[in-house]
Design a protein. Sequence first.
Lengths: 441, 173
Amino acid sequence: MSKVTWLIEYRAGSYRFGRPRQDGELTDTSPTDPTDPASLVAAMQEAGYSGQPTMLAIPSSWCVSTSVVLASRRLARNRQAVAYALEERLPLSAEDIVYDFLAQDTFAFGVAADTSALLPIVRSLEEAGLEVATITPTAMLLLEHLAQRRRLPSDGVVLLGSGESCDFFVLAAARPQQWRCLPLDREVIARETAALLLAQANDLVLPVTAVNLSDEVAASLDNLGPEIGVTRQACDHDQALLAGAAEVLCRGQRPWIELRRDLIGEYDRYRLMRGSLRLLLLVVLITFVSLTTVARIRASRYQALTDALNNQKQALFQELFPEARVPTGIRSRLESERRMLVGMSVGNVQAPQLTSVTLRLVDALDALPTDLRFRLLEIRLEESSAYLEGEVRRHGDVDLLASSLRTRGFTVDPPRTEQLASEGVSFSLSLSTLPPPAEHE
Amino acid sequence: MLPAKYRALFITAASLCVVLFLLSGLDWHWRRAAAQLAVRELAACQVIATEIESLRATPKSASLQKQTEQQITLAIQRAAQVAEIPDSDILRITPQQGRRLGKSPHIQQPTAVEIRQATLGQLARFLGELSLVDVGLQSTSIRLAAPRTSPPASETERWACELVLTYLVFSPE
């Protein structure tokens, strides 16, 4: 990873900053309260800061540490259990601290910071626009860096001199067991080392690694006796700090002690990948935008197609009904028109048909014999029946009339005749235009 | 611009993009459905239009609207004129109450006509002319009565006529 990251160290009343892998030393800023990072932010932005992840290295004086031995390995890896165990040895309650620990077998070495003190500082940095990705004590970061470079013995005392203080570490199996921040005073350091020597149960030589300590301090340690083997080392504070920060920020390695958690902000292992995640999100956004554009283009094409089809429908209607106004529901109007036309059409089997009796009148008159003398007085025709009334010369003539009508398909009831007083016979014929009922034998 | 503002801007833009995408997707879906519906509608309308054109060419057995009394009277007078029946011989034209035929959408609309006297030939022309009217007036009842006295041999026999002329009105309930 070649991304730009930043390290901020608060030391001796002022902020310092630098870019791991790019800068060789940290840049000082003017002294300020840790909750007022305006000058820091201004200087960083001037140096090119634009929201990259940042490590905050805090001074040792902001931290307290202790170690506990728990009943089992499982408990030693349980944060809650370790928290309560640490609480017994810390001057603050578990709810008021942010802490992290290194577990080794049943042993847990914990480092804590007062939340009420650290939280305003982190918030002020974030509000000023800094992306605080990780928080760790400066001394722990240096110790971790030196340990990883195999510049420290796996067991013994490590003294890290830094400005006006000295960090006193006790290591076992290359992991810190104790940590105290002492004033950079040779007597104090010697006394602390002697106390540890006295507490040691064996007669082995206690290796002491003095990093960035003066000759006076080293001499005072040598004077403690042959049980102590002092090794002096010089280490560029800024370079070591930047290298340690690079391991965390650029390689994604978790620091031994991570205080960017709990109320200070959960430790986020993906925090350092934010750039990539943002890029991914940007790609997703672009994909969404592209899909949205495609959807809108397709929608507009469908709309154009719909409009064209509707225009065709309207043209079809206007062709059928040139004088009518185009209705909203063209199809329903057409269906209504079709229903009406079907209802009005002759061929509609469901529509009732009027039976004209004119043709039946013609049929009936045409059926009457021309060689027979008779006189019709009344003719009545209904839908399925007819009635003829008239006069003939003889009774038998009526039968001739009836049989003539039957030959044309009329059903004729038996005629009624009556002899007239003067001359001739009156008759009445009832006809039916329906076919005669079938005879049952 | 500060990262916090970037973040807010990004979240806003992302939310906007997602909302726009969803809206566009829905819009696409609706417009596609509308286009498919329009295709089906047009096809159905074309079928119906073809049927309408076909039905228009077929003869009508019913009127779409009820004719006014004036229209019926006018049609009868024209038919009488064609059949050379004098207006004075048209004694009565009495429109009667329409009657719906069962549960069909058709109403039978009868009109009673009384003619003083007409020959059978005149009557046939009169009825034939009426059947050619748009509404198709059909004689559903005819009553002919012969004069009480026989006419002279040189004259054609004239009948008193009582007719019921009916037409159908298509009027769905």
